[in-house]
Write a protein that binds this ligand. Structure first.
Ligand SMILES: *Cc1c(COP(=O)(O)O)cnc(C)c1O
Length: 389
């Protein structure tokens, strides 16, 4: 069977896939249909936190599958309740709404912010300030939140009530906060899809002060940055502030679809019976996997992430053909002299899978990638960057 051709014929044309069919893997190694081995530095876009077919995680999920795979939210279920408790204990957030994806976690965050503002300040306070170059999802509302025109063009009218500020420009946020009745500011602390660009500490400090001054909620989109990816459990912990709402997804499930919208003290009771919901949200198997992931994101694991991050920055900064390296933890963007697509193709040729963010090469390895594999992969990337053609 020629899977690539069948896919091209029958799958909706939304994806420009790399010409590789992944059939199996173990940890940070994956195999294509011909048995070729690759070191995986993309982890399904920061999803496979501990790589592919991780023994411990797969057993946690499988045990739950043989007990009960789904309950719906009409009933109580242990994995979902315990995961929420563990998330709150690790973050200081107070309550959790579970969804199935990052976009849905952000939808929940936006609904909470609107309901909170409507009840507290009146129905006309609903505007949410987001940042240019951000990415918040593909639903019509999270697209509206996404501050990049390219994503909007074919789908107008989008949900109204979003305005866009310049990242790292507090004056532009302040101006929008004065011109609009603002319910919330929503941001990614490291703009992932936008090119792996961390926000500056001073800017974030300024936003926190502005939000406190005007009683504006801070929504922290940690769909990509969360769950250990940046070397802290959540990236906000690196910046030293506490958001009102934290949304996450991707790496939380370790490979199964789950999203979480975590609610801080101010907004913990905004959602009431019937105000929001999800059939699959809090699915027991997904939650069992997420509990396994969360339990393993201890200080030792996070220190390992920071160490490997420092190694990547050291190796790649100033390497021939590399213009700049940005990011945080194991979320790295490499601006290269050569076209990023060409570099990725050459890396694939040589057994390394990396991905793109805008025009950069993006690395999102498993948090537990063995050092020897990381070193091998770095050598391949450096060689591909150094080519002058
Ligand atoms: C991936 C991503 C999303 C969307 O998540 P989905 O699970 O694809 O809906 C939202 N926000 C950020 C920051 C992301 O990286």
């Amino acid at each position: 069977m020629d899977i690539q051709n069948i896919d091209r014929e029958y799958i909706a044309g939304t994806y420009a896939r790399f010409p590789v069919e992944i059939v199996s893997g173990k940890g940070s190694l994956v195999y294509d249909e011909a048995g070729k081995e690759y070191i995986d530095l993309g982890t399904g876009i920061a999803v496979n936190t501990f790589g592919v077919a991780d023994e411990d995680w797969a057993q946690a999920v499988t045990r739950q599958l043989f007990r009960c795979q789904h309950t719906s939210n009409l009933y109580y279920s242990e994995p979902c309740a315990m995961l929420a408790k563990e998330l709150c204990e690790r973050t200081g957030m107070k309550k959790v709404f579970f969804s199935n994806s990052g976009a849905e976690a952000n939808e929940a965050a936006i609904k909470v912010a609107r309901k909170y503002a409507a009840e507290k300040k009146g129905k006309d306070t609903y505007t949410i300030i987001t940042l240019k170059n951000s990415f918040h999802g593909r639903t019509l509302t999270t697209l509206a939140a996404t501050g990049q025109d390219v994503f909007h063009a074919d789908f107008t009218p989008l949900t109204e009530g979003f305005v866009y500020a310049e990242p790292n420009d507090l004056a532009s946020v302040r101006k929008l906060a004065e011109e609009n009745k603002v319910a919330a500011i929503m941001l990614e602390l490291v703009q992932g899809e936008g090119g792996v660009c961390p926000l500056e500490q001073d800017f974030v400090d300024g936003l926190v002060a502005l939000a406190a001054e005007k009683d504006i909620l801070l929504i922290d989109d940690e769909v990509q940055t969360g769950n250990g990816r940046t070397g802290a459990l959540y990236a906000y912990m690196n910046y030293g502030f506490t958001p009102d709402i934290v949304s996450t997804a991707k790496g939380l499930g370790g490979g199964l679809p789950i999203g979480a919208c975590m609610l801080g003290e101010k907004v913990k009771d905004v959602l009431t019976p019937g105000s929001h919901g999800s059939t699959f949200g809090g699915n027991p198997a997904a939650c069992a996997g997420a509990r396994n992931v969360l339990s393993r994101l201890d200080e030792e694991m996070l220190a390992g992430v920071r160490e490997k991050s420092a190694y990547l920055f050291r190796e790649l900064q100033n390497a021939p053909g590399v213009k700049s390296v940005t990011g945080m933890g194991l979320m790295i963007g490499i601006e290269t002299e050569r076209d990023a697509a060409e570099i990725l193709a050459e890396c694939r040729e040589n057994g390394v899978l990396a991905i793109k963010a805008k025009q950069k090469v993006r690395l999102l390895p498993a948090l537990n990638i063995p050092t020897d594999l990381l070193e091998k992969a770095v050598a391949v990337i450096k060689a591909a960057c150094a080519v002058t053609d």
